[in-house]
Design a binder for this molecule. Structure first.
Ligand code: M6R
Length: 359
C-alpha cells in the first residue's frame, strides 16, 4: 500500500535505506560473516570471468558494481545487454559464471540468454526481487533482494538492492580467494554507512523539487555526465528521467561530449555533472565549464569532500566504489519531480510495462 504517498515511486525511493539494512540482516550470520550458499561462492570464485546479463536499470546496476567486483575478487567482469548477448554471443572465457540481474525475474530478453547458457552447461545465478520467478527457477542459484514489491514502473530500490547484493557476494568471493583488497572490504560496514547517507539524501525532497522547478520544468532535453562509476550513474539517471518525464535525456561519459554531442547544447540546456571520484572530478568540472560557455545550465552533484562553493547537490562520502548507491538517490528524486510537476502518472508512464515478457 502506498499510504500517504502520492505515488509508489516516492515510497520506493524512501525505502532504500531500509532495504540496505534488510539485506544485511538477511545475509550476515551471527558472527558477522557473509551467509551465502558456499557452493555458490565456490563456483563464482573458481570462474575466470563473470558475465552480468541484464536489461534497463538492472543493466545499469551491473555496470555500477563491476569495478568493485573486479577489485575485490580479481575476476574480470563483463556486463552485457540481454537482448544483444543472446543473438551475438561473444567469444566466452573457459570458465564463465553467469549472473542474471532482474528485479522481476520474468524479463524475456534475459530468459532467452539463460536458456542458452543452461544448454551450454554454464553455472548461473539469478539475483531477483521475486522468489519463484521464472529466472529464479531456471538458474542454478538464486539470491533474493528482499526489497519488498516494487510497483512503480520506474525501478529504484531494485537498482540499489542489486548493487548492494553484488557487494555482499563480492565480499564472500574475495574472502575465499584471499585477495588483498578483500582484507579491507567489509560490505556490511559500508552498507550501514550508505544507509545513513541515503537517509540524508531522501530528506532533500523539497530542495530537489525546487531545483527541478528552476532547471528542468520546461526543458525538452537534458544531459547527465560523469566519468568512471559516475558515468554509470549518469546513464541510470538519464534512463529514469526519460522514462517518466519524457524529457529526452542522455547519460554521457563526460570526456566524450566534446567528440560530438556538445553540438546539442543550447541556451538553457540542463547538464547535470556527477562527481564522486577525486581523480576524474577536475576533468568533469572542466567539461561542465565547456558546456556552460555554450549556454548550458549546469548542476553539480558532488561528494562532500570534493564540493566547491556554488555546487547544488552535496552527496555524503561513502566507499569510493559504492558511490553510485548514494549518488543515484537525488537523480531518482529529480526524475520523480520532473514527472510530477508536469502532471504525469509517475507510476505508470506511457508505453511501458513493469515486466517485459516479450523479446
Ligand atoms: O525486471 P527486470 O529487472 O529484468 O527489468 C529490466 C528492465 O525492464 C527495467 O529495469 C526497466 O528498464 C525499468 N523500467 C527501468 O526503470
Amino acid at each position: 500500500e502506498k499510504g500517504t504517498y502520492p505515488f509508489y515511486m516516492l515510497k520506493e525511493i524512501d525505502e532504500q535505506p531500509t532495504v540496505m539494512r534488510k539485506l544485511t540482516q538477511e545475509y550476515r550470520d551471527e558472527y558477522g560473516n557473509v551467509n551465502i550458499d558456499s557452493q555458490l561462492v565456490n563456483e563464482v570464485a573458481a570462474s575466470d570471468r563473470i558475465y552480468i546479463i541484464a536489461c534497463g536499470t538492472s543493466y545499469n546496476a551491473g555496470w555500477a558494481a563491476k569495478s568493485l567486483i573486479e577489485s575485490v575478487t580479481q575476476i574480470p567482469v563483463e556486463v552485457q545487454l540481454s537482448s544483444e548477448f543472446g543473438y551475438n554471443m561473444p567469444l566466452l572465457s573457459e570458465k564463465p559464471f553467469f549472473i542474471f540481474l532482474t528485479q522481476s525475474g520474468e524479463t524475456a530478453d534475459s530468459r532467452q540468454v539463460l536458456v542458452q547458457t543452461n544448454q551450454l552447461g554454464f553455472p548461473s545465478l539469478t539475483i531477483t526481487n521475486v522468489a519463484g520467478s521464472t529466472l529464479s527457477r531456471e538458474a542454478k542459484y538464486t539470491l533474493l533482494l528482499h526489497a519488498g514489491p516494487e510497483i512503480a514502473v520506474a525501478s529504484t530500490k531494485a537498482y540499489t538492492a542489486q548493487i548492494a547484493m553484488l557487494a555482499i557476494l563480492t565480499q564472500a568471493v574475495g574472502e575465499l580467494k584471499n585477495s588483498e583488497a578483500s582484507l579491507s572490504f567489509d560490505a556490511f560496514h559500508e552498507l550501514s554507512i550508505i544507509a545513513t547517507g541515503m537517509e540524508a539524501m531522501v530528506d532533500e525532497k523539497d530542495y530537489l523539487s525546487n531545483l527541478v522547478k528552476q532547471y528542468l520544468s520546461t526543458t525538452r532535453n537534458a544531459f547527465y555526465i560523469g566519468r568512471g562509476n559516475d558515468y554509470f550513474v549518469a546513464s541510470e539517471a538519464a534512463l529514469k528521467l526519460k522514462e517518466i518525464s519524457y524529457v529526452q535525456a542522455e547519460g554521457f561519459a563526460a570526456g566524450e561530449l566534446k567528440h560530438g554531442t556538445i553540438a546539442l547544447i543550447e541556451e538553457g540546456t540542463p547538464v547535470l555533472g556527477i562527481i564522486t571520484e577525486e581523480k576524474t572530478g577536475p576533468h568533469t568540472r572542466g567539461n561542465l565549464k565547456e558546456v556552460e560557455s555554450r549556454g548550458a545550465n549546469t548542476i553539480v552533484l558532488v561528494t562532500e569532500d570534493l564540493a566547491r562553493p556554488g555546487d547544488q547537490v552535496i552527496l555524503p562520502k561513502v566507499h569510493p566504489l559504492l558511490t553510485s548507491l548514494v549518488a543515484v538517490i537525488p537523480t531518482q528524486l529529480i526524475a520523480y519531480y520532473a514527472s510530477m510537476q508536469r502532471g504525469y502518472d509517475v507510476d505508470k508512464p506511457r508505453n511501458l510495462a513493469k515486466s517485459v515478457t516479450v523479446e
